[in-house]
Design a protein around this ligand. Structure first.
Ligand SMILES: [Zn+2]
Length: 315
């Protein structure tokens, strides 16, 4: 990584492009990062880059607590004693990262997930962010929940919007067809909000920097609709975006059967990590569909079976 790895967008707003794009905003004689990358190596490279540029690291603003966004926190905070900003729920995960693997797995984390992709080193949050407020002069946090509990984005007075994982780039969605979604309702509301954001640059953490965000919002909304459609199809229902129009008998299926069906349709190959991530997302969709009355469940022989509610099917 050299200074050429720093991309200037506008005014005092920059990006360090990478597997996780990192924002950098000059303020008050220092620089504030937006997220810190995957791990200690990312932290080390960022530190070197800031030194080359003669920038003093004042703080890291974490959009959310996933390991690929907070992985450099520990190294950078130890080296520079910088501040770390996060919202309340994300703070809990940043300071106690074992929560991440346990939450995604839904129980004690298996060894296969005890790694830097699921468990960053803990770091100390010094500043609590209240969403939709000005964090620093000319630098506002906007609430972008959905992908994760209390994710935020940052908009600068240079008209640059850093959007975290509110959406994913087209090539990323091709490689990872099931994006991680925690709260389906909020996820869609957040994308609707982004549609109306007035900015010149949109920086998503995984993907290209966009000048016009509209086609990407449509793609991400479509992907959520696809997942919902495949779940309904797994249960023999209609209403999905890939509905063949054929009337299939309704089926009762267990969570694992639904997960298998959706993954097969979306060409996703499961391993332990993908089982946790895709499984968590499918469970979130099942909660959403159940909460809005489209599907229900029953327990038979100590097994939970999901079915389409007849009102939904025949209305
Ligand atoms: Zn991410």
């Amino acid at each position: 990584m050299s200074t050429t790895d720093l991309l200037h967008l506008a005014g005092s707003s920059w990006v360090i492009p990478g597997p996780t794009n990192i924002g950098a905003v000059e303020r008050d004689g220092g620089v504030y990062l937006i997220d810190s990358g995957n791990d200690k190596d990312a932290g080390r490279k960022i530190n070197r880059l800031l030194n080359e540029k003669g920038w003093k690291l004042s703080g890291i603003i974490n959009t959310h607590s996933n390991a690929d966004h907070i992985g450099g926190n520990d190294y950078l905070q130890r080296m520079t004693n910088c501040r770390i900003f996060a919202t309340q729920t994300e703070k809990a995960f940043i300071e106690s990262p074992q929560l991440e693997g346990a939450f995604l797995w839904g129980g004690y984390t298996p060894n296969e997930m005890k790694n830097k992709f699921f468990e960053a080193k803990p770091s100390r949050v010094t500043d609590l962010i209240r969403a939709d407020t000005e964090i620093l002069p000319g630098l506002c946090a906007i609430s972008l929940p959905g992908h994760y509990f209390e994710m935020i984005g940052v908009i600068t007075d240079d008209r640059v919007a850093y959007l975290g994982d509110a959406m994913f780039g087209a090539t990323v969605l091709e490689k990872h067809p099931i994006p991680y979604i925690y709260d389906v309702v909020r996820y869609r509301e957040t994308i609707e909000l982004i549609k109306s954001l007035d900015a010149d640059y949109f920086v998503i953490s995984h993907g290209e920097i966009e000048r016009d965000i509209q086609s990407l919002t449509a793609l991400n909304l479509q992907r959520a609709a696809d997942i919902e459609g495949y779940i309904m199809e797994a249960l023999g229902g209609s209403g999905g975006s890939h509905d063949s129009g054929m009337s299939l008998p309704t089926q009762s299926r267990s969570f694992e059967e639904i997960l298998q069906f959706v993954c097969n349709r979306m060409a996703v190959k499961l391993d332990v990590a993908q089982f946790a991530l895709a499984g968590n997302t499918i469970r979130s969709f099942l909660s959403y569909l159940s909460n809005c009355g489209k599907i229900g469940y029953q327990f038979t022989d100590n097994r939970m079976y999901w079915t389409i509610n007849s009102v939904t099917r025949y209305s």
